[in-house]
Design a protein around this ligand. Sequence first.
Ligand SMILES: *Cc1c(COP(=O)(O)O)cnc(C)c1O
Length: 220
Amino acid sequence: MTDAVSRLAEVRANIERARKAAGRPAGAVTLVAVSKTFDADAVRPVIEAGQRVFGENRVQEAAAKWPALKAGFPDIELRLIGPLQSNKAREAVALFDVIETVDREKIAAELAKEISKQGRAPRLYVQVNTGLEPQKAGIDPREAASFVARCREVHGLSIEGLMAIPPATENPGPHFALLAGLAREAGVDKLSMGMSGDYETAIAFGASGVRVGSAIFGSR
Ligand SMILES: *Cc1c(COP(=O)(O)O)cnc(C)c1O
């Protein structure tokens, strides 16, 4: 067993424990294994150990790494969790099964165009900048619900959930609670929140997907 495979088992056990402690049903939490910066040889054992949902934060890196990996495992689900430039929308729609970082009108419009052109519709999340950090992507929380509505009504996009990355230096709980409240307001039910340091807390606050990188693959 590689280190990553034994850490994967640990993370899975922790998720199960946190899920039960929160009184949430079996299957309520999806583990997104964040494989950014790790090459195909590092990722393959984790796939062979049964992990099927992976996150990458760069379109270019994912395009180089995943088509070959996916070929042997057609049930793999690939999620984009990093910022999306509008000139990468075509490639992102072709490659990813889920795009978690829709955060502005221009991207919504580009995605809508590519989805209709390609006849391929990744599931979509709106990223919210819960800490209003200037260096971080994501829509202002005060505009999240109206942006989700505009994605639906203006661009014809169906939005599955919200995603956030709380400020690194703050207690994440209030950010997770804020995101859960915004999802209710926006009428979406999936919540992508929680990383290596706080995924158990995120599960207590209702995360449906936790994005865990270093706790599985090691430090980057
Ligand atoms: C890198 C990354 C993660 C994983 O972070 P870890 O702390 O390594 O678990 C989660 N979400 C996003 C958006 C990331 O870019």
